[in-house]
Design a protein around this ligand. Structure first.
Ligand SMILES: [Zn+2]
Length: 211
């Protein structure tokens, strides 16, 4: 669908994965433009994708808040049961030498994913409504993309699952609602990421700003 060519500059698209350059040919809605060298999807325009991404983003926001407040797990040992939410766990270390670690962990598993969905909603809502982009939308989208590697909710969920399996010999461990919210969250983040056609977003931010 796209062919390698050195000219012209305005119609060039560069593969984000392997840096191969291609001349731009807009794929039809529902089709995808892939890098012929490494297979990375470059453009994937979808009808109503913006609206779906906003809906998923709102769901992620609610799940992040719920996953922070509701009990994450309960542990029973020697007749005592204790249930803990992520917020409780973070506050437990709020004084003492572990405070920096606590703040970093909370930032990576809660605030970074939350910031990313809020930025995405902020950027996409005007685009979906065919309005001019929100103030600073370009910077907001750039920040959201820059934060992508630092969004670690899924690593946290995986780490917890491994840790819980390890201690399940010592105590009765039960998953609270927040654990399942986290699992759903991880799936939705992946869905949102694959729905989002970055090229289309940049293009619509670009078009409305130059005209
Ligand atoms: Zn490539």
């Amino acid at each position: 669908m796209v062919q390698a060519s050195p000219i012209p500059l305005d119609n060039l698209i560069v593969c984000t994965h392997c840096d191969a350059a291609f001349t731009l040919q807009r794929p039809e809605v529902g089709q995808r433009a892939r890098c012929t060298r490494c297979g990375t999807v470059l453009i994937t325009p979808r009808r109503k994708a913006g609206l779906q991404i906003i809906a998923v983003s709102v769901a992620i926001t609610i799940l992040i808040i719920g996953a922070t407040i509701f009990p994450f797990l309960s542990i029973s040992a020697a007749g005592k049961t204790n249930s803990v939410s992520i917020l409780d766990a973070a506050l437990a270390f709020s004084d003492g030498p572990l405070v920096a670690l606590t703040l970093t962990t909370a930032a990576l598993i809660i605030f970074v994913p939350l910031a990313r969905v809020l930025l995405t909603i902020y950027v996409l809502v005007p685009i979906v409504l065919d309005r001019p982009p929100a103030r600073g939308a370009t910077q907001a989208f750039r920040l959201s993309e820059a934060l992508r590697p630092w969004s670690m909710a899924e690593i946290f969920a995986l780490g917890c699952a491994v840790a819980l399996i390890k201690i399940s010999d010592l105590a009765d461990v039960g998953f609270g609602p927040a654990f399942w919210m986290f699992c759903t969250l991880v799936v939705l983040v992946v869905v949102q990421d694959s729905f989002l056609c970055r090229w289309s977003v940049w293009k619509s931010l670009d078009n409305t700003q130059t005209s």
